[in-house]
Write a protein that binds this ligand. Structure first.
Ligand SMILES: [Zn+2]
Length: 262
């Protein structure tokens, strides 16, 4: 990884004209370059200077699109005038969950961050552009398609890039999946989308919104297995919200609220 000039972001080239940008180990954004435009998938929590970091990599006009409307993916949106997001992430709850208030709260919960970083002032007040399932971005010689897979949020989308055969899955098949937040779907709805993503992983290599980015088919398969097991067995856990399995070292885990076990 190459450290960006802001000292917060770092980036690596994962394919030709394709970069993963890490924001202080908190979240990933991805930059895809076409002939005419660049597509930025997600925008981090909003710490450091994402815009200048992108400008270290390209001079192309940038289109921002989000895998879903959460604060650690939407935090850099105000560097831009608008951002694309699936229409199912329109409800007020997602506006709240993607606010800077939510970003600050999430950052304060991150115990590893002993020296909290500052939020830079961003120049715009970006407006959401709500897109339908199947919407495609044409970057000039590079088409990137979106598919709605409700689960982590109702409007969670996967981006499919024909040029590199990569897919960008946001938080919907993270190996520590969060289904406990307001606005998440129930478990069986998530399973439908997760199985669709697993099928797509035959053709496309998945990169997710956190950690090292790259995940495997086996990882997704294990997460689905855990989800199906939980749906059948329910749980003896007394807490309203819990992790399953409880073992922190398990390869795939789901954090969920009891009411979503259906
Ligand atoms: Zn999320």
């Amino acid at each position: 990884m190459i450290l960006a000039k802001d000292g917060i972001h770092s980036y690596e080239k994962i394919r030709e004209d394709t970069y993963r940008i890490d924001e202080k180990g908190i979240a990933n954004t991805y930059l895809l370059l076409g002939k005419d435009k660049a597509l930025l998938i997600d925008s981090g929590l909003g710490v450091g200077d994402l815009y200048q970091t992108i400008r270290e990599l390209t001079e192309l006009p940038i289109v921002l699109a989000l895998t879903h409307r959460h604060c650690d993916h939407a935090g850099g949106r105000n560097y831009f005038k608008e951002y694309y997001v699936n229409e199912n992430d329109k409800p007020l709850i997602y506006k709240i969950l993607s606010s800077q208030f939510a970003s600050k709260k999430l950052l304060s919960m991150n115990k590893e961050n002993k020296n909290p970083v500052k939020f830079n002032k961003q120049p715009n007040h970006a407006k959401p552009v709500f897109i339908k399932d199947g919407y495609s971005f044409d970057l000039g010689g590079r088409i990137v398609k979106t598919i709605n897979t409700p689960g982590h949020t109702k409007g969670s989308i996967v981006f499919l890039d024909e040029k590199t055969k990569l897919m960008f899955t946001g938080d919907d098949v993270n190996l520590w999946l969060w289904l406990q937040l307001p606005g998440c779907t129930n478990l069986s709805t998530w399973l439908i989308g997760a199985k669709k993503i697993l099928g797509l992983a035959e053709e496309y290599t998945p990169y997710c919104g956190h950690n090292e980015g790259l995940i495997t088919k086996e990882g997704i398969r294990e997460l689905i297995r855990v989800g199906e097991e939980l749906l059948v067995n329910k749980t003896t856990n007394k807490a309203k919200t819990f992790n399953y399995p409880e073992d922190e070292k398990a390869p795939a885990r789901i954090c969920i609220t009891k009411s979503r076990l259906k």
